[in-house]
Write a protein that binds this ligand. Structure first.
Ligand SMILES: NC(=O)c1ccc[n+]([C@@H]2O[C@H](COP(=O)([O-])OP(=O)(O)OC[C@H]3O[C@@H](n4cnc5c(N)ncnc54)[C@H](O)[C@@H]3O)[C@@H](O)[C@H]2O)c1
Length: 432
């Protein structure tokens, strides 16, 4: 099948590359010329484990191509995926759908034969209806079908998540499109993925409800961690004890910093905004957002306590600054709140991240990037483990503490509190 992915970001590029790997002809389109030019040279503009190898392999096989020309690419395709961004509207909380609707308008003038138009972008309930209206202004409804097929991949695990999904949700009422999509996804269905056909609106809501639920799980355990800190309990015991209950499950039940990234913060806000539009009150999700927004303040308060409220001129090093491990994505990372706050209080911050320097901190004169874990730890007063990269899981702290002692605040509970204390470290973790 000939596929066109519009928007070559995390979702469009990963799904496009995986579809081409299953034997489809895929053209990935983006309006960003630099992105397309580097992809044509085999350079992948985002960090995602395993992605570069698959891009190069399928580009060489000529099953994968890249283009800036949306109209021509749509004309040459049978299935068109909309994978552009749906960020929070500036100054508001609803999803900004301008990128989606602009793409729908462009598609509408390129319908030269029957096409399935699929929204993979996360979009609020009724967006599919709107896309259909836009395309129908220039085309007979017989020539196209608008389908919702939300994406559930996680950055850092994207290839695996796309290739071995728990479920594939396809929201469409028309039998022909459903048959074609069952066929497209057959390599995944045959490996055990559940294919769920729902109404278009239900598929749109499944995505938001799922993200809001996962955000709730994280926030829930973060609040339990606060209670553990006050009662001398280790939250890790609680996570294990709760997670063993199959009705609850252990995933997304690890206490740590505020959830961030390109999805949970914006999607929780957007689902509230949709519910408000339909005069429905999602009070649980509202309190999740509020609690998460306060999470960085709670962790910052602990940093101040750890340093006896003497943050000025203290050397604080951050291990990892992205919103989680195995990604270069800084969107809504809690480091974007914590580092500026500590820097304003006069701390001298150095950070290391396996994905390199981040321009987000360039404007702070007492915040510097250092290209070596060893260098940033040596000489620190406080080491903050902010993300859970494997690179941070077996650091020889004993060796590094030979020159000068430092305190460790492990925000991901990577190390054993007992062992670290036995080794003589002043070690703090979350929820204990
Ligand atoms: N990132 C994730 O982990 C993830 C997971 C599931 C779902 N989603 C959803 O998928 C959507 C895309 O997310 P993303 O993280 O891949 O975004 P992204 O910002 O990484 O990529 C979006 C791309 O679309 C391009 N674009 C915008 N307008 C365009 C146009 N008119 N023509 C061609 N290209 C255009 C941009 O240049 C950009 O490269 C969002 O709705 C997001 O919520 C993301």
């Amino acid at each position: 099948m000939k596929l066109c992915m519009i928007g070559t970001g995390y979702v469009g590029l990963v799904s496009g590359v995986c579809f081409s790997d299953f034997g489809n002809d895929v053209i990935c389109v983006d309006k960003d010329e630099n992105k397309i030019n580097s992809l044509k040279k085999g350079k992948v503009p985002i960090y995602e484990p395993g992605l570069s190898e698959l891009v190069v392999k399928n580009f060489r096989n000529k099953r994968l191509s890249f283009s800036n020309n949306l109209k021509e690419s749509v004309k040459n395709s049978d299935i068109v995926f909309i994978c552009v961004g749906t960020p929070t509207k500036k100054g508001g909380s609803s999803a900004d759908l301008s990128q989606v609707y602009n793409v729908a308008k462009e598609i509408s003038s390129s319908i030269n034969r029957f096409k399935i138009i699929i929204t993979k972008s996360t979009v609020p309930v009724t967006t599919g209806d709107e896309i259909e209206k836009i395309i129908a202004r220039k085309n007979s409804k017989k020539k196209f079908s608008v389908v919702s097929n939300p994406e559930f991949l996680r950055e850092g695990e994207a290839i695996n998540d796309f290739t071995f999904p728990d479920r594939i949700v396809v929201g469409c009422n028309d039998k022909k499109s459903n048959r074609i999509l069952t066929n497209l996804y057959s390599p995944l269905i045959s490996k055990g993925a559940q294919y769920l056909n729902t109404s278009r609106r239900a598929a749109e809501l499944i995505k938001y409800a799922s993200n809001a639920f996962l955000a709730t799980k994280i926030t829930f355990i973060n609040e339990i961690a606060n209670l553990c800190e006050k009662t001398g309990i280790n939250v890790e015991d609680i996570s294990i004890g709760m997670g063993l209950d199959k009705r609850i499950g252990s995933r997304f039940l690890r206490a740590g910093p505020a959830y961030g990234g390109s999805c949970f913060p914006k999607d929780t806000k957007a689902i509230i905004s949709t519910a408000d539009k339909f005069k429905s009150n999602l009070s649980v999700i509202k309190s999740v957002i509020k609690s998460n927004e306060n999470r960085s303040n709670i962790l910052l308060k602990r940093v101040h306590q750890i340093l006896n409220n003497k943050v000025k001129n203290k050397k604080i090093s951050f291990l990892g600054v992205t919103f989680k491990a195995n990604t270069d994505d800084m969107r809504d990372s809690s480091s974007l709140t914590m580092i500026p706050s500590l820097s304003k209080k006069g701390a001298i911050i150095t950070y290391y991240d396996p994905t390199g320097f981040k321009k987000d901190f360039a404007k702070y004169k007492n915040v510097n990037y250092e290209n070596s874990i060893k260098k940033i730890i040596e000489g620190s007063d406080l080491v903050i483990i902010h993300t859970e990269w494997n690179d941070f899981k077996s650091i020889n702290f004993k060796n590094l503490a030979k020159k000068k002692k430092f305190i460790i605040y492990d925000m991901r509970n990577i190390y054993s509190s007992k062992k670290m204390k036995q080794d003589g470290f002043e070690y703090f973790s979350v929820g204990s």
